[in-house]
Design a protein around this ligand. Structure first.
Ligand SMILES: [Mn+2]
Length: 399
C-alpha cells in the first residue's frame, strides 16, 4: 500500500513584500502554491496511490478566494473521480466547516469534524487502515487532544493525523493542539502524519511521527525544496518514506563577500557571478553581504534599492530573482573602555524578549499572526545585526 502525506498547501498565500516585482513575476509566484498542489495530484494519479491525507492549512485563510475554492474543488475531483480516497482536515489557518467548501463529502472525500474521529478504509489489496483526526473550527486549540485518539487496533494500519505543534514550556505558545512526542509514540500507531510546522522533519523513526512540511516555501525562512511524503507500506506494516518535491522555486540566502574593490561599474558583475555560483534551480534570493564595511554608503544604498535589485534578474541563471538584501559588517565599533561597557549593557537590556515585546506591542495587537515572528530568535538576531550596522555607520569604525 502507498499513501501520500500532504500538509500546509496554503493556497492563496499572499507572498507579501514582493510588490516591486513585475506583474508577470508576481503572478507566477502567487500561482506557485496551486502549481505545487497540482504536481501532488498528478503524482497521486500517476502512481495510483491508495489514499491521500491533507493535514490542515490547505487554504491560507478561513475565507479562501473563489479562485482557490474552485481550484481545490477541481483538484479534489481529479482524485475522487479516480477513486482515490482523500482525507481532509482544516488547520489553524483554514478553520472552516464542511459547509464552507464548494465541494461536498462523497464516497471518496472525507472531511474531519471538530471532534476527534476515526475513519476506516480497506485498500484495494485488502489492507485495513484506520485514520484518526480532527479539524479546527477556530484558529486556536489550547487542549491537548491526543488522549481522545483511540488505542491502536491490532491487525490494522493505524494512522493519526494531527495539525499542531509540540508542547513547549511557554504556555502562550501552546495554542495549536499541543502534544508531546511521548504521547504520540505511546499510541502505538504505525504512522502519525503531522501538519502545521513548515519544516520537513521526522520526529520519530519507530513509530514514524512525521512533519511533511509545506508544498511550496513562502518566504526566506522557508528555504530548501518543499513537497510531500509518499509512504510505502509493506504487508507486515513496515513503512518507508519517499520525499517528493513540488516547489516551483526555492528561497535562498546567498552570502556575498567582496574581495575586489567594488565600484558602480563592476558591482553588477560582482554580484551576479557570486549568485550564479551558488544557485542550482529557480531561486528567490536574499543577497546577504558579509563584509559591507568595504562598500561605500552609496553602494549600500544602491543595493537596498528594489529597482537596482530587479535589474540584476535578467543576468541570473534559472530565471531566479533577487528579492531582498541584507548587510553584515565585520568592522567593530571603536569605543573607549567605559563606553564599551555601557554599550554592552545597553545591548543586553535592549535585545530582550520583554523589551522587544514592549516596542512591538501595537503591531502584535493589530496583527496577532506576527507574534510568532517577532518573538523568534532568528528575527531578534537579525534586528540586532541591522541595528549594529546602522550604529557602525554613525560611529568611526576600524576593520
Ligand atoms: Mn498551521
Amino acid at each position: 500500500m502507498k499513501f501520500l502525506h500532504v500538509a500546509d498547501a496554503h493556497l492563496d498565500s499572499p507572498f507579501l513584500g514582493l510588490s516591486f516585482l513585475p506583474d508577470n513575476e508576481k503572478e507566477k509566484i502567487k500561482r506557485s502554491t496551486q502549481v505545487a498542489f497540482t504536481k501532488m495530484v498528478d503524482y497521486a494519479l500517476a502512481n495510483q496511490v491508495d489514499f491521500v491525507l491533507l493535514v490542515g492549512d490547505t487554504f491560507d485563510s478561513p475565507n479562501p478566494t473563489p479562485s482557490s475554492q474552485t481550484f481545490l474543488m477541481k483538484q479534489l475531483d481529479r482524485l475522487t473521480s479516480n477513486q482515490i480516497p482523500t482525507y481532509l482536515s482544516f488547520g489553524n489557518h483554514d478553520y472552516m466547516t464542511k459547509q464552507d467548501l464548494l465541494v461536498k463529502e462523497n464516497e471518496y472525500l472525507h472531511i474531519f469534524d471538530q471532534e476527534v474521529s476515526t475513519l476506516n478504509l480497506t485498500t484495494k489489496a485488502g489492507m485495513q487502515v484506520a485514520i484518526t483526526g480532527f479539524s479546527y473550527e477556530q484558529n486556536h486549540i489550547l487542549d491537548d487532544l491526543t488522549s481522545q485518539y483511540p488505542n491502536a487496533v491490532a491487525g490494522v494500519y493505524n494512522i493519526g493525523t494531527l495539525h499542531g505543534s509540540l508542547k513547549t514550556t511557554n504556555d502562550t505558545q501552546n495554542v495549536y493542539a499541543p502534544f508531546t512526542l511521548a504521547e504520540l509514540v505511546n499510541k502505538n500507531y504505525q504512522y502519525f502524519a503531522l501538519g502545521h510546522i513548515h519544516k520537513r522533519e521526522v520526529l520519530s523513526e519507530n513509530p514514524l511521527v512525521v512533519y511533511s512540511g509545506n508544498l511550496q516555501g513562502r518566504n526566506i525562512n522557508e528555504a530548501t525544496p518543499k513537497g510531500f511524503y509518499e509512504v510505502n507500506v509493506s504487508e507486515d506494516f513496515q513503512s518507508t518514506l519517499n520525499f517528493v518535491s513540488t516547489s516551483e522555486f526555492v528561497w535562498q540566502i546567498v552570502p556575498l563577500t567582496f574581495v575586489n574593490e567594488v565600484t558602480k561599474s563592476n558591482l553588477v558583475a560582482e554580484i551576479v557571478d557570486q549568485i550564479n555560483a551558488q544557485i542550482e534551480q529557480t531561486t528567490l534570493i536574499e543577497v546577504a553581504v558579509q563584509n559591507s564595511e568595504v562598500l561605500s554608503p552609496e553602494i549600500v544604498e544602491l543595493m537596498r534599492d528594489h529597482d537596482f535589485l530587479t535589474g540584476l534578474n535578467k543576468e541570473l541563471n534559472y530565471h531566479s530573482l533577487v528579492v531582498r538584501s541584507s548587510f553584515k559588517s565585520q568592522a567593530k565599533i571603536v569605543l573607549s573602555k567605559t563606553d564599551q561597557q555601557f554599550f554592552d549593557e545597553a545591548t543586553d537590556s535592549v535585545f530582550t524578549n520583554d523589551a522587544l515585546a514592549e516596542l512591538t506591542k501595537n503591531i502584535q495587537k493589530k496583527y496577532p499572526f506576527a507574534v510568532d515572528y517577532l518573538n523568534s530568535p532568528d528575527y531578534i538576531e537579525k534586528l540586532k545585526t541591522q541595528t549594529e550596522l546602522n550604529l557602525k555607520q554613525r560611529f568611526e569604525v576600524e576593520d
